[in-house]
Design a protein around this ligand. Structure first.
Ligand code: HEM
Length: 417
């Protein structure tokens, strides 16, 4: 197919394109998307492992993410390679250390609980915007360290507007068609970015001047205290680029994953019952398994990119320098030789059957059947899952997609599994 056609289909239905290409061409194939050069899509576990364990000087992740340059900026950890990447990453790591993360738990729980309080009862609503509100609020508080007030309102407004643009497929097409460098020269684009950057730089300036930096635990305050190997502090530009990177990398990903987790659980109500029961008892094993299984079956990102700086052989193919290898998370997660019944939502597989070890083991099905049988709720004829009282009270709540959507009607015949 011509590059333009591949680009158009990628934008409409990326995961379907990956699935169809894998069915037709096998584990490894090429895609040509707009300004992105040639992608070599990989999905064999051994090939993916080779990419992730290889020398990062040969496999450039930063160059592979170049499309994000106009928004994230030159100093973003996502766009750097080799020594510059390592140096920036060292500065970013301390705020994400496990114990610091635990410190954010209460804050996250409070924000989630407050948001859920606002959700309507007995009426259908879109879940993703609600989850976006949760994750944006968490980022504003935990990453930017903002408290209630006008500054929080202003930054929330500007960041929301930026994120809406970034998640609008038509806006995403623009950098792909123009290329990142040309897009960055557009005055309307520069103007839009300036609106976001202004309150961020204001916040950086005020925080630098504040006397309580070492008492604060938000990521911005920690970045301002971080030092390069030569002892210098990060510049305002560096701090801005990392803050926007954390926002873009951390907001949409988590919101989408949370929305899918609820969707999967709503269609498998006895799994929701098991989850609620175990969490109430203080256990986190099944919770972790639900998170892992949601991310496996509904991966937020379909592939990651590495641009080759040297010729490399992968899976018997000789690949020249300059092409981009793209291990596909989506295809890897759906391999039947790694995950038994890969299309099914089975969190139990992460409790009883570590991926890639014993495909075919019966323990997953057994554990699933025990919980399905134990469930006190009636079972849904469509999906053979049980329905909780909340599900029954409003038939539309069983299927969050709008009824008028023709595509959802077609899909409803095949989902859920
Ligand atoms: C469900 C949630 C998330 C998913 C699925 C996800 C996925 C990914 C993926 C696939 C990559 C690229 C890895 C690669 O190229 O090898 C990545 C990188 C990154 N993510 Fe996430 N992410 C999530 C949440 C977050 C959050 C909450 C943050 C921060 C607040 C974050 C910050 C980053 C950063 C900074 C990088 C670049 C790391 C580097 O280049 O060294 N992500 N993420």
């Amino acid at each position: 197919m011509p590059r333009a056609a591949q680009t158009a289909i990628w934008f409409r239905r990326a995961q379907r394109l990956l699935r169809q290409c894998a069915a037709r061409f096998g584990d490894t194939f090429t895609l040509r998307i707009a300004h992105e050069g040639t992608w070599i899509v990989l999905s064999r576990p051994e090939d993916v492992k080779q990419v992730f364990t290889a020398n990062p000087r040969t496999f450039h992740a930063g160059e592979g993410n170049r499309i994000l340059l106009p928004v994230l900026g030159e100093r973003s950890v996502l766009l750097l390679d080799e020594d510059a990447h390592l140096e920036q990453r060292k500065l970013l790591l301390p705020p994400f250390h496990g114990t610091r993360m635990e410190g954010y738990q209460d804050l996250m729980a409070r924000i989630a609980a407050a948001e859920i309080e606002r959700w309507p009862l007995g009426a259908p609503y879109r879940l993703r915007p609600r989850m976006q509100a949760v994750t944006l609020e968490i980022i504003l508080r935990a990453v930017f360290g903002l408290g209630e007030g006008e500054r929080l309102e202003r930054l929330r407004r500007e960041l929301r507007a930026l994120l809406d643009k970034l998640t609008n497929p038509r806006m995403l097409l623009l950098p792909l068609l123009l290329g990142p460098e040309r897009l960055a020269r557009f005055s309307s684009f520069r103007h839009a970015m300036a609106r976001v950057d202004r309150p961020i730089y204001d916040e950086i300036g005020e925080r630098r001047a504040a006397g309580d930096l070492d008492e604060r635990s938000d990521v911005l305050s920690l970045l301002l205290q971080a030092r390069h190997e030569n002892g210098e502090a990060m510049t305002d530009r560096e701090v801005r680029d990392e803050l926007v990177t954390l926002l873009v990398a951390g907001h949409e990903t988590t919101a989408t994953a949370l929305a899918w987790a609820v969707e999967r659980l709503a269609r498998h109500a006895y799994k929701l019952e098991r989850l609620a029961e175990e969490v109430r008892a203080g256990a986190t094993g099944y919770l972790d398994a639900v998170v892992a299984e949601t991310l496996r079956l509904r991966p937020v990102i379909s592939l990651v990119a590495r641009r080759l700086t040297k010729p490399v052989e992968i899976g018997g193919w000789s690949l020249p320098a300059g092409v981009t290898v793209t291990p596909s998370i989506y295809l890897l997660h759906r391999r039947a030789d790694l995950y038994r019944e890969p299309e099914r939502f089975l969190p139990e597989r992460f409790l009883d059957e570590p991926p890639g070890t014993t495909p075919g083991s019966r323990s997953v099905a057994a554990s699933d059947a025990v919980w399905a049988a134990r469930s006190r709720s009636p079972r849904c004829a469509r999906c053979s899952a049980s329905l909780s009282g909340a599900d029954r009270s409003d038939p539309r709540a069983r299927d969050p997609r709008p009824r008028s959507d023709a595509r959802s009607r077609r899909r409803r015949a095949t989902t859920p599994r």
